[in-house]
Ligand binder design. Structure first.
Ligand SMILES: [Zn+2]
Length: 371
């Protein structure tokens, strides 16, 4: 009798457990996330997001839609206050390096970025930024140098990066170089369409594209010439990646940077901060909408470090009275050591909540993509 009961119990357990195990095996063999859109607000601290909310009078902004949040430690290998090169390298490769270093450790070891690993796995990749294509954050995903200011060297390294779509400024590092070499024909020989204006991009719907829309950085969001470049370029890059991925049956990794939030912070300029943050938040909305329509897409919104030491104190010290205004105060015209916010949306978003190092954030994204 006892034996019969035990047998029935064992059989019942097997029936319950077997499908769970099969499910787990199925999950393991397939990456849980197919596409990653990583949005980096250069220099964007919690106060920058708060400033946007405040200026928008607490009407919902796109970042309000985030499904999970984390706080990220940003110190570099040789300084508790990081620069964009070391922070970009940590986010791109999952390993810390010293300030000024890109894609290499201080000892000179080469670090392999999420973009390079994605390319090796046959995925599509893209970068969309408002700075030079060779500037610290975008370069951290494809270049290797102990000096981030070697822009011409870094431009040469882009040729072999494998990156499929790149929209940025910094044309002079490719076309008007001190060494006389012109990289534009070399890009074309490598299979890229190379364009200079967003108008020319309108008719491109697939393939490999490099758009270099300014000699230096793009204009600030407070300047009319900037227009809606970043949201438009982000949408276009997503369109091209989606078409390429449908053809090649693959996923993608895309990095978009609101690069000039950092400049606004260095300038201690509230108007610029608001304009850059509003522009960047529009990009966040585009990425979240994309994730809604494309299963398996994870959106990560983060920063590399905080710039400006921004705080938003009440204008009057007696803040128990009704509002008398909020001020923008700055602790520095440089970077600060405060933790930065990270927001998550879409596939596996909820797995990220917590406090973590910038290298840990990168490694977790890589592992979800199976890289
Ligand atoms: Zn900076």
């Amino acid at each position: 009798m006892k034996r019969t009961i035990l047998f029935i119990l064992a059989l019942a357990a097997a029936i319950v457990v077997a499908p769970i195990e099969a499910n787990a095996r199925k999950k393991k063999s397939q990456p849980e996330v197919k596409n990653v859109i990583m949005l980096i607000g250069d220099g964007m601290g919690v106060a920058h997001i708060s400033a946007l909310m405040l200026e928008e009078r607490y009407q919902p902004i796109n970042m309000d839609r985030a499904q999970a949040a984390a706080l990220i430690k940003t110190y570099s290998a040789n300084n508790r206050v990081t620069d964009s090169a070391a922070a970009g390298t940590a986010l791109a490769t999952g390993t810390k390096t010293g300030n000024h270093y890109l894609g290499v450790t201080i000892e000179g070891d080469t670090l392999i970025s999420l973009i390079t690993r994605a390319e090796r796995r046959g995925m599509q990749t893209a970068e969309v930024v408002t700075c030079y294509l060779t500037h610290a954050t975008p370069a951290a995903f494809y270049a290797h140098t102990d000096d981030r200011s070697r822009y011409e060297d870094i431009a040469v390294q882009f040729l072999t990066s494998g990156i499929d779509v790149a929209f940025a400024g910094g044309r002079k590092d490719f076309a008007a170089r001190k060494d006389g070499r012109n990289l534009i024909p070399e890009l074309e020989a490598a299979g890229y369409k190379v364009v200079n204006t967003m108008d020319e991009v309108k008719d491109i719907h697939e393939g490999r594209v490099v758009g270099l829309f300014a000699d230096g950085h793009m204009p600030m969001a407070t300047e009319a010439e900037r227009g809606d470049y970043l949201p438009q370029a982000t949408s276009k890059a997503l369109e091209i990646l989606t078409a390429n991925c449908a053809k090649e049956k693959c996923g993608f990794f895309m990095m978009v940077e609101g690069s000039l939030i950092d400049f606004a912070g260095h300038n201690n300029d509230a108007k610029q901060i608001y304009a850059e943050m509003k522009d960047f938040d529009e990009v966040v909305g585009i990425a979240f909408d994309y994730a809604d329509k494309h299963e398996g897409t994870l959106v990560v919104v983060c920063a590399d470090h905080e710039t400006g030491g921004l705080s938003l104190p009440s204008s009057k010290t007696d803040f128990t009275l009704s509002e008398s205004g909020v001020e923008y105060r700055y602790g520095t015209t440089s970077h600060s050591a405060t933790m930065i916010p990270a927001l998550f949306y879409g596939a596996c978003a909820k797995e990220f909540a917590g406090i973590m190092d910038n290298t840990e954030l990168s490694r977790r994204i890589g592992s979800l993509l199976g890289l």
